[in-house]
Design a protein around this ligand. Structure first.
Ligand code: ATP
Length: 232
């Protein structure tokens, strides 16, 4: 569904992504793991159309997308749930969710809202409260719901468990598995390599701007090099 070939991305003179290649098959959860500053967030922002690659290409459903502006990448079916959640804290939960549907003109927005509230009942119960009042885990639920409101074919999650309690991490991971089982393809970036590789169908290690090891999540978890570098 998504192919990234030989991607390089620079911030001025700093080449943050040097040579990243991976594919995401439809219906899978694919995870990029790696240390701080390895280039994972930069890779997702480039797929989203927020940054331009200096080399390489990004193909989504057979079509090159690396020169498209962000709104066209979203319209093509890729939603981005960014690091740090980036909610509008002064807007209500429901207003934040509806922002995820801002490019849509169809009549199913109400039923998709209901689907998000089914997934996360606490959001439905508190839909008129300001998002800034919610806990970190609840705000992550809003961010996931907002991404789903775009009806994406593929969703990218950047560090969805950052700063959350173990119970909430499990809840978020279970939700991602459910979304996959309901037909959404997922690309995620996580520093929590144990949780991410336990969930992922396939994983790629990003090291200093390059993809290195890759394989099914359970194979990477069992790899001594991964255990030493990322699992302590
Ligand atoms: P983290 O998990 O800490 O977010 P990451 O793997 O997502 O790490 P990136 O955020 O993509 O890594 O950063 C890759 C490199 O690019 C780092 O060296 C970082 O300092 C640098 N970088 C990121 N954003 C910018 C920016 N806006 N301007 C200049 N350098 C940047």
């Amino acid at each position: 569904m998504l192919e990234v070939h030989g991607l390089s991305v620079a911030y001025g003179a700093i080449e943050a992504v040097k040579d990243v290649s991976f594919t995401v098959a439809e219906g899978q959860i694919v995870c990029l793991v790696g240390a701080n500053g390895a280039g994972k967030t930069t890779t997702l922002r480039t797929i989203s159309g927020l940054l331009r690659p200096s080399r390489g290409e990004i193909i989504f459903q057979g079509r090159p997308i690396h020169r498209l502006p962000a709104h066209e990448v979203l319209a093509a079916g890729i939603a981005h749930c960014p690091e740090g959640r980036r909610l509008f804290s002064g807007l209500t939960v429901e207003e934040n969710l509806l922002l995820g549907a801002h490019l849509r003109r169809d009549r199913q927005i109400e039923s998709d809202l209901a689907r998000v509230y089914d997934l996360f009942p606490v959001l439905g119960e508190r839909r008129t409260q300001r998002a800034g009042l919610f806990s970190g885990g609840e705000q992550q639920m809003v961010a996931i719901g907002r991404a789903m409101m775009a009806r994406p074919k593929l969703v990218m999650f950047d560090e969805p468990t950052m700063g959350l309690s173990p119970i909430m991490i499990q809840r978020i991971m279970d939700t991602l598995a459910l979304l996959r089982d309901q037909g959404t393809t997922i690309l995620m970036v996580e520093q929590n390599a144990l949780a991410a590789l336990t969930l992922a169908d396939h994983g790629h290690v990003v090291d200093l701007g390059r993809t290195t090891l890759q394989g099914p999540g359970e194979h990477l978890l069992a790899d001594p090099r991964i255990r030493e570098a990322y699992l302590g």
